[in-house]
Ligand binder design. Structure first.
Ligand SMILES: *Cc1c(COP(=O)(O)O)cnc(C)c1O
Length: 731
């Protein structure tokens, strides 16, 4: 074997390969690829927040070329590049076999946010993370799929907590050159520019392409020189500004998204509306068809055949509604391109079309313009049928054709390095290919396959990593605070304690402070020196959500109180990185929304392979996953009518389950210190949760039931069966 230096063209090939790899988010779910970039610059990797493109900019061309002359490193790089190429060119995929028609004419998935990775902070929460995970799985499956969203050049806000415990928001400018994305160009190599009528102006926009494995996601960006400053800032912030900004963003997303696809010559066979934000795409599809000579009715009918809609929340405020004035203002120019009276359009968006005073409701438009509407969990489907019944005047509630596809997560994207290394050491290279195989997870029940002791050791390692991460983060947070807030960081959090995590948006219905409702009960639970318990909180409140911010303030104040200091901490700036640390490090993941408002929830699905358990209200996904053996439930499959009664009962049940089930189970130890009963529950969680609550299964379900157009609606019989089990459960 030739052990001399690599030839120049071989080095060039590797360097180009690395540049291509950095601009494909495949590396965000491939551990070995991340290791290559970390190896190139450990400090850059950390300080630049795990951004492969930025790391490559840190390293000069000369350095890169000479580093690649290190045979061992070059071997590592070549292995990664070979696997990357295999991934990108593989034709033996689920999509190729089961849905080849989408390879030419893809599924176009529209979402106002996508959460892929911490380097590209263009998601506000779970909806975006779900969209990102959906795209990653579509890529893994080899589905013909393109995503459409906006490039928010200041992203979602960063959170810092001021000395009064109040959330402050700040923004940093995202530099496209330093991000894993590339400009969409026209035939002359210049940025491709499209336009959309917004208010009285023709607004121009360009687009960026994010490569998510095999799947492209296009981000529209109105920051082009032709536009007035106001329109350049349309895509500044995720869900930025007031309802005027919002509607204009949605116009750009829906109408602009379709125009961009046309300009690129992409002809989707299906449009998937991930939430109502993109519903204006329906109007654009209708407009196009009318321009080709169809009547409004015929155009709408054809458009309906192309669209499917997923609704994600039963919370009223989550359904965009625009007043007539705002609609008239924002759609002024767009309306002129229609050959129908405005009233015809307005009727599509009113829950009751005849009510001229009703606002324009994006959910109504989405339902009327789609051949199928689905919810994201069984209970959510039921609640949605009730909520949207008015949109189906000829149907009874049980007949409303809204089914559900339960959400999932992209398993490998959420599995931290130490967990992967654990399995690689145990099983050798290549075990990841089985990660969607139920048989792989079934093996977790077998102590011969993996022992209690090994699992417990992994649990300790992950908890310690989280605690060390939290100490580093809190040290940074405290540097900005007054001295009295300063605590000794080695006394902060206990690596032996039952560590309970709560990380999510601070929307009021999620009830972050439920566990503090009776403070003496909580203090009683956590003061036992032999059975230490601690809490780690994180989450952002929407900038205009004052009640949400008050909840954060309450937790910050509690974390500074003498009884809870060092045992309750709040990590600032919850994002995908913090989420990954928390779901990996915590022993127990707490989820206590006001049922039935958590349509699904997904963070709890990210925990089982970390040897962690869920403690949750039986809402959304957990109601489907919990089987009595694989974690803990708060309350039962029902809820009282009054919110006060619900909060009282749920907090009562929360304290009871913690005191009688969770804490004893965690601290009941075998002579060698292993909590056998706890580990048994973990095994059950691993065997039951990942095989089902993953976006691989979810994307297949969307494809077979919705995209392929077969079972586009749930049958009334299925609804009736669900309603019957509901009544049983309630009685
Ligand atoms: C998984 C995830 C969510 C979703 O959390 P839920 O409250 O469980 O729906 C939100 N934000 C981030 C950053 C996540 O990683």
């Amino acid at each position: 074997m030739n052990r001399g230096p690599f030839a120049s063209d071989e080095i060039t090939r590797m360097a180009l390969g690395l540049n291509r790899l950095a601009r494909n988010l495949w590396w965000t779910w491939d551990h070995a690829a991340q290791e290559v970039f970390r190896e190139l610059s450990e400090r850059g990797w950390r300080n630049l927040y795990h951004n492969a493109v930025a790391v490559l900019h840190e390293v000069s061309d000369h350095e890169l070329r000479i580093r690649l002359q290190d045979r061992a490193f070059a071997q590592q790089v070549q292995d990664v590049l070979r696997r990357f190429d295999e991934y990108m060119t593989c034709e033996d995929t689920w999509g190729q076999k089961n849905a080849p028609q989408f390879l030419d004419r893809p599924i176009a998935y529209f979402s106002a946010e996508f959460g892929f990775h911490e380097t590209l902070p263009i998601a506000a929460g779970g909806l975006g993370v779900l969209a990102g995970d959906h795209a990653k799985s579509a890529s893994d499956l080899g589905l013909g799929f393109v995503g459409i969203s906006l490039f928010y050049r200041e992203g979602y806000f960063m959170q810092s907590i001021n000395p009064d415990g109040w959330q402050a928001e700040y923004y940093t400018l995202l530099e496209p050159r330093n991000l894993p994305m590339e400009p969409v160009l026209n035939g002359h190599g210049e940025p491709l520019i499209c336009t959309v009528g917004v208010a009285a102006t023709e607004v121009s926009f360009k687009a960026w392409r994010v490569n998510v494995g095999r799947v492209p996601v296009y981000l529209l960006d109105s920051n082009v020189p032709d536009n007035e400053p106001m329109f350049r800032d349309l895509t500044l912030h995720v869900y930025g500004g007031d309802s005027t900004t919002r509607i204009m963003q949605e116009l750009l997303l829906g109408v602009g998204g379709v125009r961009l696809l046309r300009a690129m010559g992409i002809k989707p066979s299906v449009y998937h509306l991930n939430e109502g934000h993109a519903a204006f795409l329906i109007l654009e599809l209708v407009r196009e068809k009318m321009a080709e000579g169809l009547s409004f009715e015929a155009a709408l009918e054809q458009t309906r055949n192309e669209c499917v809609f997923t609704t994600h929340t039963p919370v009223e405020a989550g359904h965009d509604k625009f007043t007539r004035d705002v609609m008239e203002l924002a759609l002024h120019r767009f309306f002129r391109e229609f050959r129908v009276p405005r009233e015809t359009i307005f009727r599509l968006g009113r829950v009751n079309p005849d009510d001229e005073h009703a606002p324009f409701n994006m959910t109504a438009l989405a339902v009327r313009g789609s051949r199928a509407t689905n919810a994201v969990s069984e209970l959510h489907a039921r609640v949605t049928r009730k909520m949207l019944k008015q949109l189906y005047p000829s149907k009874t509630e049980d007949e409303v054709p809204i089914g559900h596809v339960s959400n999932g997560v992209h398993i490998l994207g959420w599995m931290k390095g130490p967990v992967r290394s654990f399995w690689t050491r145990k099983l050798g290279q290549g075990w990841e290919k089985d990660v969607h195989d139920p048989a792989f997870w079934q093996k977790m029940l077998d102590p011969q396959f993996v022992s209690d002791e090994e699992l417990w050791a992994l649990r300790y390692k992950l908890r310690r990593e989280l605690i060390e991460f939290t100490r580093r983060r809190l040290l940074l947070q405290c540097e900005r605070l007054t001295r009295s807030d300063f605590i000794a960081f080695d006394a902060l959090l206990n690596p032996d304690a039952l560590t309970i995590g709560f990380g999510r948006r601070f929307a009021v219905y999620k009830r972050a402070t439920l566990v503090f409702q009776k403070l003496d009960r909580l203090v009683e639970l956590i003061k036992d020196k032999h059975r230490p318990v601690q809490f780690i909180f994180a989450g952002k409140a929407h900038p205009r959500d004052e009640p949400g911010k008050r909840i954060i303030q309450e937790i910050i104040n509690l974390s500074r109180s003498p009884e809870l200091k060092g045992k309750v901490v709040f990590i600032e700036n919850y994002d995908i990185h913090v989420a990954r640390q928390m779901v990996s490090g915590c022993d127990l993941w707490l989820n206590n929304p006001r049922r039935p408002l958590e349509a699904s929830g997904t963070s709890g699905m990210k925990t089982p392979w970390n040897v962690a358990l869920n403690l949750s209200i039986l809402d959304g996904w957990w109601r489907e996953a919990y089987d009595g053996t694989n974690g803990f439930a708060i309350g039962n499959d029902s809820q009282p009518d009054s919110v006060e009664e619900q909060d009282r009962l749920d907090s009562e049940n929360l304290y009871r389950v913690l005191a009688d089930e969770v804490i004893p189970c965690f601290f009941q130890r075998a002579p060698n210190g292993v909590p056998r009963a706890w580990i048994q529950k973990v095994r059950r969680a691993m065997a039951t949760v990942p095989p089902r609550f993953n976006t691989w299964r979810m994307a297949i379900e969307y494809t077979t039931r919705y995209y392929l157009g077969g079972d586009t609606v749930t049958s009334p019989a299925q609804n009736a069966a669900e309603a019957a089990t509901d009544k049983q459960a309630a009685s």
